[in-house]
Design a protein around this ligand. Sequence first.
Ligand SMILES: [Zn+2]
Length: 480
Amino acid sequence: MGYARDMLSYGLPRSHVVNFLVDSQFARCIYYDRSLILESKVIFAKMVKHMGNLPLEDLGFSPSLEANFIRDPASLMKLEKPAAEEFPSSRILTSLEGSSFTFPYQNNQTRTVRLKRVIFRSNGVIGRGTMVIRVTCACRHCPRDACDWQAKKLVLKLSFPSATRVSELIFMDRCKQLAQGEHAWVMNHLPDIIWSFDIPFRTDSPQDALSNEFGATYEKRVMRGVIQEELKPLSYLQTAKQCAQVFYDVFQCHHWVWKYPKILHRDISQGNIMVREKNGTIYGVLNDWDLATWLDNKRDGPTSLFRTGTKPYMAHEQQTIHWRGPHRYRHDMESLFYVMVLFACLYSSPKEKVPNFEDKDFRLEEWHRKDDEFLRRAKTTVVHAASFMPPVSPFFIDFLLWLTELQERLALGFVHLMIHIKQAAKQKARQPNTLPTFDMETLGDHFSCEQIAMILHMFDNEQLTTRGLEWQNILEGLSQ
Ligand SMILES: [Zn+2]
């Protein structure tokens, strides 16, 4: 399993891998793709040899990828060791001059990009397996000196989402349509997606066969690519106040997209919060909308079977397989709260993690490694704590007030939810026609967007920048 995970997480972009356990004449074959792991019956070891003759696509390599090693496997042996902070695959793609990726483009054309450095890889077998690679246009089809991508710093994001998932390009196009006039500010906080393409698995692929075999329980995926402007990670930031502004920006952008185009992000994580610098100003960007959903979409396809989000940041109610939703606005806000808690406690600056945790009794660093049950307990403790004092590092000391105030709003909300549930149960027995109501969306107004904005628009006794006219007016009204 570890070996397959490494192949899918660090190797070349591929849709599946097949490993063999060989014992003299006999072997067992284990197949891993992004949705499922399968083990075969015992086969003859001789058959393993035949695997070598399969076309590359059957071995899980994308036919869109063109690299020297495919023609000359010996070239792979000459790689230098990657530096410790690099993804092991960073150099596989950079060191092979001429690696390129070809994908469908408008008017039934194709377009080709040259692959540069790998700047992000998710780790794991099951899941989208997102990979972000810096690219430049290979200009094979561009008119001379007139490449429309030339002036841009671009990345190619490859992932394997459910085949039914809406492409984030569609969400972002809807945002662009509505971001006019006084709403234009929001475009500074959204990714600039230039092109998106899907490459479905062939009808004779193993994925297709498994989908026929297992039906709806097998999550059918596609290979999806997105070409977008490169954004900077949080480590680009210098001061705690800049970090605070970026988080506040993400709150404002997330709220606008929820309120106007009516799209819910559903995957707020540290990795999805990025930075854009434009004319000397720094903007927080909420990136990676490929788990988003239309608010009015009642039927969410088979993906609704699967909880969405990134484990350490999921809302505590979602941290159990029994959770059946709906995913609400406030769940994303709970995620944003955990992003800030973990960032302020686990990092000694935006660039560096706190070096050792042995002497701390607070076990936040385990959130990145532990399972659902651990996270459910840990987060329930945080959310219901009567007094919450996260061990923020000295650099982030001014986040303490934000974090304690946000926790207080959450805690009050859940206390009132509990009171409501108990009252409703009593009343149901006595007067079933007049059940009390409770706003689940805002936890009875205790964890509403207004309450959160009131906390986040001030940092260290100073006002942060409120981007939209609408919130400037609301906050002015609330402060009086
Ligand atoms: Zn070009």
